[in-house]
Design a protein around this ligand. Structure first.
Ligand SMILES: [Zn+2]
Ligand SMILES: [Zn+2]
Length: 361
């Protein structure tokens, strides 16, 4: 029996149900999902009443596992391969960005028609971000099945599918941090800590971690931050500017509150870049003064989607960096739970404990 975490209708609590799979189609890959991280985006799907997707929805998008079966024409992976399931899969040739060779800005991710159904009524499930990896097995586009080195444990590897790559990719690829740069990271949850790691790998000279929780700041210092600012103790913008001799080159907002982006803009030195990493709640606005906040300091605002990664090249790079000890993925897995415990773990994201909870399926 294959089980999956189904979000049946707006307002309903997600529940583990039996699901069925159609046969694997051409260019598709069936993966036995071993682990899936509990990421805020699934909570966002639940809290926004489906995030515009069609019900019923199959939750989960931070999965890793082992290839069970491949469809006709698949050459990149074979049964038995260990893979991370990517939710970004640049089309390569059909959008404007890919046609000019800029796969990081692809607006047309590859996808397959969902092969997953709810057993109770045979309704076709909409998998979150084309993944749906809170399920024992899923069928995905072959471009989304990214082979990773055997030596990397799957519970660490799954974080490459979303949270870790989003943070590290923000600093490495979306708004590339240059060597010697001064960086501020607002919010030191899993994604923010991954920004810290990415900035360190990029060679930043100063990395200022900003949060209101002392334990998170302590962990940020262990993972590469050079300074910590406790935002509960007053004006964090002024503190960051003072610590970095007038502001940072790159400020990343890794919290969902819109105030994070505003603070990021104001932490920037002349010609700095403020990058929005966390998904903001709907319907909010920013109180920005375009003259004082943007024009005179010549601050740019950037947005990253999942670290703007090219999964087939970046996930193996990050995996190897973790194996070499240049990234500390192991520190990011702080709790392991079962699939049945995921609904409670999603609720717990309102007041997160530890860095990342991973479900073993
Ligand atoms: Zn494209
Ligand atoms: Zn995610």
């Amino acid at each position: 029996m294959t089980r999956g975490l189904v979000f049946g209708a707006a307002g309903e609590r997600p529940a583990v149900e039996e699901i069925t799979l159609e046969p694997v189609g051409a260019g598709e890959v069936q993966v036995r999902v071993e682990v899936c991280g509990v990421c805020h985006t699934d909570l966002h799907v639940v809290e926004t009443g489906g995030w515009g997707m069609r019900f019923p929805i199959l939750l989960g998008h931070e999965g890793a596992g082992v290839v069970e079966e491949v469809g006709e024409g698949v050459t990149g992976v074979a049964p038995g391969d260990r893979v991370v399931i990517a939710w970004r899969a640049p089309c390569g040739d059909s959008c404007r960005a890919c046609r000019r060779g800029d796969l990081r800005r692809c607006s047309n991710n590859l996808r397959v028609r969902s092969r997953m159904h709810r057993a109770a009524d045979d309704a076709r499930l909409s998998p979150v971000l084309r993944c749906g990896t809170f399920a024992d097995r899923v069928i995905v586009h072959e471009a989304c099945a990214v082979k990773i080195p055997d030596a990397l444990p799957l519970d660490q590897a799954c974080l490459l599918a979303c949270g870790f790559s989003t943070g590290a990719g923000a600093a490495l690829w979306a708004t590339p941090v240059h060597e010697g740069a001064a960086v501020a990271v607002i919010g030191c949850g899993g994604v923010g800590l991954a920004v810290v790691q990415g900035a360190r790998l990029a060679g930043a000279a100063a990395i200022v971690a900003v949060d209101v929780v002392p334990e998170k700041l302590a962990l940020a210092l262990e993972l590469g931050a050079t300074h910590a600012v406790d935002a509960s103790g007053g004006d964090s913008v002024a503190q960051v500017r003072e610590l970095t001799d007038g502001g940072v080159d790159f400020a990343f907002s890794a919290i969902t509150a819109p105030s994070g982006l505003l603070d990021a803009v104001r932490m920037c030195a002349y010609a700095g870049t403020a990058t929005l990493v966390g998904v903001p709640p709907p319907g909010r606005t920013l109180d920005l003064d375009p003259e004082l906040d943007l024009f005179h300091p010549k601050v740019a605002i950037a947005v990253t989607h999942g670290g703007d990664t090219i999964p087939q090249q970046d996930f193996p790079f990050l995996a190897q960096a973790a194996l070499d000890g240049r990234l500390d993925l192991a520190r990011f897995v702080t709790k392991t739970i079962s699939l049945d415990e995921v609904p409670d773990a999603l609720d717990a994201l309102h007041a997160p404990q530890g860095v990342r909870t991973v479900a073993k399926l």
